[in-house]
Design a protein around this ligand. Structure first.
Ligand code: PHE
Length: 356
C-alpha cells in the first residue's frame, strides 16, 4: 500500500477510536466515505490515470475502501450499543427500593381493626358496604322489626334529630350499623355478602360507653344458608382476628328483634388474668342470628327462597381485647403517646398471609 493510503488508513482508524459519540463518528464517516470524503476524492482521481496506474492504484483503493467501511460500521455499532446502555442505566428505576418511609404518622387502632376485619372477611368473599351516620328511624328501627315500644327507641339511648318540615321521616344518629342491612337488601339483588364498618351513636357516657363508637355489621343472604354457616364463619373470623386457631367460641341464645334465632357469641378467657383463649370463663364479643323473615319481607325478599345471617360487633371492644387496652375513653383523647404506642404503620397493611 502506498504511503498516502497508509496515512489515510492510520488517521481514519485513530479518528474512529477518538470518536466518543455517534455525532463524532458520523463526522469521520462522512469525512472519509462521503461525497467529498478523503477516500472518495482519491477514487475520483482514478479516472485521470493511465490503465496500468489505474489497475494497481484501483485495487489498493478498493481494498482500503472495503476495510474502512467495515471499521466504520463496526465502530458505529459499538457506539450505538454504548449509547443505548447509557440510556438504560440513566432511566433505570429500582423497583425493589422501599417507598420513602415516613416515621411520623400512624394509623389509629380503630382504623387498623377495620382493615383487619376487611382482610379476614374479604378472604371469605365479603364486600364492604356503608350507610349514612344520620339515618331514618325506619332504617334504624322499623325495617329491622323493632317494635314501637322497644327500650332502644327511648330518648335515653337514641339521639333524635330536630324534626324537619312535617311529612319528613324522623331522623336519628344511627344507634347501630344494622340499618346497612336494610339499605343493602333494598339496593342490590342477592346473593349478598357484606360487612359494614362505621360510626354509631348512643346517649351513654362512662368508662365503658362512649356517645360515639364504632360497629361492624355483617350480612349474608344466599340460598340454603343455615345456622351452621353462621357458626363456621364467625368462629373462623374470631380465631383469625385473635390469631388463635384453638380459641374457644360459644354460641349462646339471646334476643334481637331482627334475627331469629338470635345469639350472643362468647370467647374463652380468664376473668382473673384477662388473658384470652384460656381460663374457663366466657366473654361476650358479638351479636348475631338468622335474618328474621319479617326483615327479609320488609326488603322485598321471600324467606322461602332466601335465607341469611347477620352479625354486629363493637370495634372498640374487640380492639381493647386484642391489644389489652384498659380504658375506652383513651381512644378519643388524641394523646400522642397513646397513639404512638397503639398505632400501626400505614406502610404495613393488614394482610392475611402473614397471619395479619
Ligand atoms: N345491632 C346489634 C347491636 O347493636 C348487633 C347485631 C347485629 C345483632 C346483627 C344481630 C345481628 O347490639
Amino acid at each position: 500500500m502506498s504511503d498516502d493510503l497508509e496515512t489515510l488508513r492510520e488517521q481514519t482508524v485513530q479518528a474512529l477510536a477518538a470518536a466518543t459519540d455517534l455525532r463524532e463518528w458520523d463526522a469521520v464517516r462522512v469525512g472519509t466515505l462521503g461525497k467529498s470524503g478523503r477516500l472518495t476524492a482519491l477514487l475520483k482521481e482514478l479516472g485521470r490515470m493511465t490503465p496500468d496506474e489505474r489497475r494497481t492504484r484501483g485495487g489498493a483503493l478498493n481494498r482500503l475502501r472495503d476495510e474502512l467501511s467495515r471499521l466504520i460500521e463496526a465502530r458505529g455499532q459499538e457506539l450505538e450499543t454504548a449509547a443505548l446502555n447509557a440510556r438504560l442505566a440513566a432511566e433505570r428505576v429500582d423497583v425493589t427500593l422501599p417507598c420513602a418511609p415516613d416515621a411520623q404518622g400512624l394509623l389509629h387502632p380503630i382504623t387498623r381493626t377495620i382493615e383487619e376485619m376487611a382482610a379476614i372477611f374479604g378472604s371469605m368473599g365479603f364486600q364492604l358496604a356503608e350507610g349514612p351516620d344520620i339515618e331514618s328511624d325506619w332504617h334504624n328501627f322499623s325495617a329491622l322489626n323493632t317494635p314501637a315500644h322497644h327500650p332502644a327507641r327511648t330518648d335515653q339511648d337514641t339521639f333524635y334529630l330536630p324534626a324537619e318540615a312535617s311529612g319528613q321521616p324522623e331522623r336519628v344518629l344511627r344507634t347501630q350499623t344494622s340499618g346497612v342491612q336494610i339499605r343493602t337488601m333494598l339496593g342490590q339483588e342477592p346473593p349478598i355478602r357484606i360487612i359494614a364498618p362505621g360510626r354509631t351513636y348512643r346517649a351513654d357516657h362512662d368508662a365503658t360507653h362512649s356517645p360515639m363508637f364504632h360497629q361492624c355489621e355483617g350480612l349474608v343472604i344466599e340460598k340454603g344458608i343455615t345456622l351452621g354457616h353462621l357458626k363456621g364463619c364467625l368462629s373462623d373470623f374470631l380465631r383469625a382476628f385473635f390469631q388463635m386457631p384453638d380459641l374457644p367460641v360459644r354460641f349462646r341464645a339471646s334476643y334481637f328483634p331482627f334475627t331469629e334465632p338470635s345469639m350472643e357469641i362468647d370467647i374463652g378467657w380468664s376473668r382473673r388474668t384477662g388473658q384470652i383463649g384460656t381460663g374457663g370463663d366466657w366473654l361476650e364479643v358479638l351479636g348475631a342470628g338468622m335474618v328474621h323473615p319479617r326483615v327479609l319481607a320488609n326488603c322485598g325478599l321471600d324467606a322461602r327462597e332466601w335465607q341469611g345471617f347477620a352479625f354486629g360487633m363493637g370495634i372498640e371492644r374487640l380492639t381493647m381485647l386484642r391489644h389489652g387496652i384498659p380504658d375506652l375513653r383513651s381512644f378519643y383523647e388524641s394523646d400522642v403517646r397513646w397513639l404512638r404506642h397503639y398505632g400501626t404503620s400505614p406502610l404495613s397493611p393488614a394482610m392475611l398471609h402473614e397471619g395479619l
